[in-house]
Design a protein around this ligand. Sequence first.
Ligand code: ZN
Ligand code: ZN
Length: 451
Amino acid sequence: MSDSTISRRRLLRKAAAVGGAALVVPAGTLSGQQRSGPPGPAARTFRAWVSRGTGAGRTTLQELTLRPIGGRQVVVRTEATNLCYSNTTTVLGLPGMFAGPLTRMAIIDGHGGVGVVEAVGPEVRRVQVGDRVCVSGTPQCGNCYQCLRGRADMCQFLGRQGLNDLVPIADMRDGTPVYASSHIGGLAELMVTFEEWVVPVFTKATAVELGMVCSCVAVAGLGTATSQTLASIAPGSTAAIVGCGPLGLSAVQGARIAGASKIIAIDPIRARRDLALKVGATDVLDPNVEGDRLVAKVREMTSTPNNRLWSGGRDSGGLLGGSGADFVIEGVGADRAKPKLEAGPDPTGVGPMRQAYEMCAPGGHVITTSLPNGTISFPAVFFAIGGRTHHAGQAGGANPMRDIPRFVAMLDSGQYDAKALATTVVPMERMLEAYEEVVYRTTVTAILAPA
Ligand SMILES: [Zn+2]
Ligand SMILES: [Zn+2]
């Protein structure tokens, strides 16, 4: 037994004697996070969209009083935040929304956003007051099992968003405590989050463009195509992007930036296919026109120019032939409401996901990102020895601290076209009408810009 071991034991014993047990963090809380006390005398007020109860009308604009912060909390003055499709049911109170105990709490919805740090708790090291930051859709603590093994997209803090994990960040006029969904609460003039969720970004980009590239969907799309966590697209390879919402259109751009030689964008909505061509797709396909031939069509399109097997060629025959896209990025998902523009062939999103898998070349990579509704099935032998590698992750595998600054550099250098994708920009008061555009897919990305 070494001297250092002995001394450490002595120290621990001493710590326990003076109340070391107080260091133990109660189960269910984010370790080290401090629950806030009552508001102080000069408390800051701000406006936020607060959701409570069920049904349409559950989300209303409220003036809130900020609670004092502590620990690793960070207050960010929101410059811009995207209205994520995955939040539509909860924000608009659509049928089928999750109706658990969280609906009884007053919660500010909203995924990632960008803004300026207004205050930090005493334990915060990552950012300073005045910094411009991206509040990431996924956290990165840097210390948990997943972060340490290179899967920051699966950081275990991501799972700490339940009933017992959320902390009140503000109060309504009637004293009701208000919580930030996912520790972000983007639909507000202030976001109160934790250090794990913020990434400093050093750029002079406009609020809307920065909000676009730092949105949960753009980070996921650029992540699928270029993050080294999953399967970054190799220069000269072929890519198919299934689904051209803001995530898919960011993946199209990521594929272009990564140097793919062929980028096939697939979406039922004509305006989205046109936009895909504008931001980097080399070809577009309409799944309603192609129907059951969609997979065969992608195989045909990726089998040229050489099909001589002795000469490095690929053929388009059979599921174990050589053709198919080298990289397939899937971003379709289930419809939360019937689209007012062209609806796709399968509202559950499962069919397009299966097609995405099938249109991948043997030896290729399939990256799935969407939220489909149902169960997927494949012939087991095809799944077992078909040679496709499936990658699944949060945010397209993006590692926030490593990748988000890179994505911002893509914006600043002109590689990423944020303007083309930010098709609706609204002030605070018009958040709900912008969300209607999102749920009916009449816009690509809606950005809320409170300032
Ligand atoms: Zn999102
Ligand atoms: Zn972590």
